[in-house]
Ligand binder design. Structure first.
Ligand code: SAH
Length: 272
């Protein structure tokens, strides 16, 4: 990879979070551990010098990839010249119409795989959810701390509304630890690869809009308890539900499980 970067005199751009994976074992193990197969369409976000793309191409049916930085085009074209199952779109994934883009493909499994700049991890996941992209799995490299947040348990300091939303849709687990030394340039944090698998037995939420609003409002002010964060709600009713769990309105959102949020939102919905 070093050679090709030098050959094209490529300058890494900080603003795009460009840290390319160079470790062959890690690259291969991302492709293998995500269980990509010849029925899988992989959407890759952030191609870089196509090192991961190459492995994804090897194991999948097709790869549809997005890269924001057009100056990478000559490198990507050279690296992928022998691949006939990869399409690269040079646009910002957040601005893309990915639901439209995948229509021409045939596949039985849809995966998103990405080694992404850390600051766009959350917007990307939100886009996947908001666009209702019907993914079976998201495999994503994130900064170690962000990974801890995604898989955080209630009452830990990483647990927040995003944790609840993600755990509503996905079963989440860490699959690979990645040292900072596996990248060029070397970033100042270590990373983990997280797997988010679409839940088979989805929770039963009777009113998703209400559920999302309840969770967001409950976490609104981190230090405040439910009584203060949920002022516009039927607090008597919420208190009754909480009492089932030996809790009351002085509890904070960070101490509630997803099942408890769902219980509250379903009971509040009954009276609407
Ligand atoms: N997947 C490669 C590159 C990782 S670096 C590897 O593992 O080596 C992250 C890449 O994401 C960079 O190439 C950067 O230009 C690209 N990128 C950053 N923001 C993006 C966006 N919004 N949409 C598409 N690609 C983006």
């Amino acid at each position: 990879m070093k050679e090709i970067i030098e050959k094209y005199d490529f300058k890494f751009k900080k603003k795009y979070g460009q840290n390319f994976l160079k470790d062959k074992n890690i690259l291969e193990s991302i492709a293998l551990k995500s269980e990509i197969d010849k029925d899988t369409l992989v959407i890759e976000i952030g191609v870089g010098a196509a090192s991961l793309t190459n492995y994804l191409s090897l194991y999948s049916k097709n790869v549809l990839a997005y890269e924001i930085d057009e100056t990478l085009k000559p490198i990507i074209e050279e690296e992928l010249k022998d691949k006939n199952n990869v399409e690269v779109k040079y646009i910002d994934f957040l601005e893309s119409n990915v639901v439209e883009d995948i229509k021409k493909y045939e596949y039985s499994k849809l995966y998103v795989v990405a080694n992404l700049p850390y600051y766009i991890t959350t917007p990307i996941i939100e886009k996947i959810i908001n666009d209702k992209l019907d993914v079976d799995k998201i495999v994503i490299m994130v900064q170690k701390e962000v990974g801890d947040r995604f898989s955080a348990k209630p009452s830990s300091k990483e647990y927040n509304s995003l944790t609840v939303f993600l755990n509503y849709y996905f079963d989440i687990k860490k699959i690979i630890n990645v040292s900072r030394n596996c990248f060029i340039p070397v970033p100042n944090v270590d990373s983990v690869v997280i797997e988010m698998k679409r839940k088979k037995d989805k929770y039963i939420v009777n009113n998703e809009e209400l559920f999302f609003k309840l969770v967001r409002d409950s976490f609104k002010y981190k230090r405040k308890n439910l009584r203060n964060n949920l002022k516009g709600y039927n607090l008597d009713k919420i208190n009754k539900i909480l009492s089932k769990y030996n809790l009351d309105l002085t509890v904070r959102a960070e101490n509630l499980t997803i099942e408890q949020f769902i219980d509250i939102s379903n009971k509040l919905n009954e009276e609407q």
